[in-house]
Design a protein around this ligand. Structure first.
Ligand SMILES: [Mn+2]
Length: 357
């Protein structure tokens, strides 16, 4: 039996679109979570840790970072690491790259399809490293030759797409006979079968990365395979719609938003992407409400999709003698679509009411 862990797209060195202090916290968390995963490797006594690309971001990775990475692999000298470079950490002999980490327990693929053989474990691990930012074509993979071996493949690629990031066809990959294919590049976990998986990035990296994030643990015992995905991320991104109504007061709305978010996760830990919908009264200022609660969140962004609730006839009758009445009268006769008219009336009324003290 062989056991391994798959972890891809860590993006060490990344700067986050956050205030500097929080960006630094997040940068460090990438290192900590990677160590947590290596600790699992030690605990489970895995034979290999597979790293199929984008371990770091080369534009943000300095000599000191490479030295730190090397120390990390030295600390885990009981683990064998197998590394295939991707588009963010592609190899370039003229610059510093992953080959700086020159250690007996770290096995790094070059820019040609090849394999490492582990004779005692009856394992061959195949892979390929990128040498540029873009790869418009997929690569040819020779069928496996040692059928009684554990044959594993590491690829940093896109599946079934016309992408510029090494497009590979899933049926082609399935036809090659590998016991396991560890994919990198996509940041969310995707399973094509229990033998072909993207583990996704262990920490989510932006607002698109909702859902669970972690690593894959796998055991192969002859023809039997066991895989499990484990969510290990320190923080998660959440996207949620919060509906309000015109009867809610300022305080009602504040507590409603906080309640809905807290139902999902700790707001001072996670990332929230809110879409605020429903009707609101004229005198409710969503931007201001959000600005006073935003400090309670680690990070939050929002879209105000609320509409003002009003009865156009009633408003007109109340305002026949002033500019609001004139405005309604003018807009009702304008030769524009109903949706467009509603938008203009709603925004216009809000501006006019604001100015009427
Ligand atoms: Mn990538």
């Amino acid at each position: 039996m062989i056991k391994f862990i798959q972890v891809s797209d860590i993006h060490l060195g990344r700067y986050f679109n956050l205030p500097m202090n929080k960006s630094n916290i997040r940068r460090e968390e990438l290192w900590k979570t990677l160590e947590d995963i290596f600790d699992v490797g030690i605990e489970k006594k895995v034979d290999f840790v597979l790293l199929p690309g984008d371990l770091y971001e080369r534009e943000n990775f300095r000599l000191s970072d490479f030295e730190r990475l090397k120390s990390l692999f030295m600390k885990y000298s009981d683990l064998d690491f197998i590394i295939a470079s991707g588009n963010h950490d592609f190899q370039n002999p003229e610059k510093l790259d992953i080959n700086y980490v020159d250690l007996p327990n770290v096995h790094i693929f070059k820019n040609e399809y090849s394999y490492f053989e582990f004779y005692e474990k009856k394992a061959r691990i195949y892979g390929y490293s990128w040498s540029s930012e873009i790869m418009r074509n997929g690569i040819d993979i020779s069928p496996i030759t040692e059928l009684d071996y554990n044959n594993i493949l590491l690829l940093h690629c896109d599946i079934n797409s016309s992408s510029e990031y090494m497009p590979m066809n899933i049926d082609y990959l399935k036809s090659l006979g590998f016991d396991y294919i560890a994919l990198g590049h996509i940041h969310k976990p995707i399973s094509y079968s229990n033998r072909i998986n993207y583990s996704g990035s262990p920490e989510p990296l932006d607002y698109g990365d909702t859902g669970g994030h972690g690593y894959i643990y796998c055991e192969i015992n002859n023809d039997e395979i066991y895989t499990e995905f484990n969510d290990i991320a320190r923080r998660h991104y959440h996207k949620l719609e919060i509906e309000i109504n015109e009867n809610m007061s300022f305080d009602n709305i504040v507590s409603h938003i906080l309640l809905k978010c807290n139902e999902i996760a700790n707001i001072d830990n996670d990332f929230f992407n809110l879409s605020i919908t429903g009707n609101r009264g004229f005198k409710i200022d969503i931007d201001y409400i959000v600005s006073i609660i935003s400090d309670d969140f680690f990070d939050m962004k929002y879209t105000d999709k609320t509409k003002i609730e009003y009865d156009i006839e009633e408003l007109y009758n109340e305002n026949t003698d002033n500019i609001i009445g004139d405005f309604i009268d003018y807009m009702r006769d304008a030769d524009i679509s109903d949706d467009f008219r509603d938008g203009i009336i709603s925004n216009g009324l809000e501006a006019l009411m604001d100015g009427r003290t």
